[in-house]
Design a protein around this ligand. Structure first.
Ligand SMILES: [Zn+2]
Length: 148
């Protein structure tokens, strides 16, 4: 159903979608009108929601970011996903609390990830040096003459 207004008297009219673009007459003032090709009040740029119902999608991004953020505290490998999702959600809605929380958790997760990677690196270096360094001398043997 297409909703539009008479250009002369602003009377609201509706027409079936099948009549889009066809000429008609205003029932109130009888002036000729053209049924618009698509419903008015529906500018649908790619980056904005066509109608408010899809604002749930934004909250979805924030919720996903928060979920990844919480996960990244346990599994730091999720931190990049948390940052990515929260940045995306914050671009769409900078006031999204869940996205902010997800972003903060993502940063914490990234720090944990870096720390874990550093710890592994240091451990690997230590293990490598321990493997290549000569073994410590064995403790002196007890004298064979020790009585039983
Ligand atoms: Zn009219």
């Amino acid at each position: 159903m297409i909703e539009f207004a008479c250009p002369e008297c602003r009377t609201g009219m509706t027409a079936g979608a099948a009549h889009a673009g066809l000429p008609s007459f205003c029932p109130a003032c009888q002036s000729p009108v053209q049924i618009p090709g698509s419903a008015p009040r529906r500018p649908a740029p790619f980056h904005t929601s066509p109608h408010p119902a899809t604002s749930g999608g934004r909250q979805g991004s924030g919720a996903v970011a928060l979920t990844y953020g919480i996960l990244s505290l346990f599994v730091p490998l999720f931190a990049p996903a948390a940052l990515s999702w929260s940045n995306r959600a914050l671009r769409e809605d900078p006031t999204d609390g869940a996205a902010k929380a997800g972003n903060a958790l993502g940063i914490i997760g990234t720090v944990l990830l870096v720390m874990a990677a550093s710890a592994f690196f240091i451990w690997a270096l230590w293990a490598l040096s321990a493997a290549t360094s000569p073994a410590p001398p064995p403790p002196p043997r007890m004298p064979a003459t020790q009585p039983y």
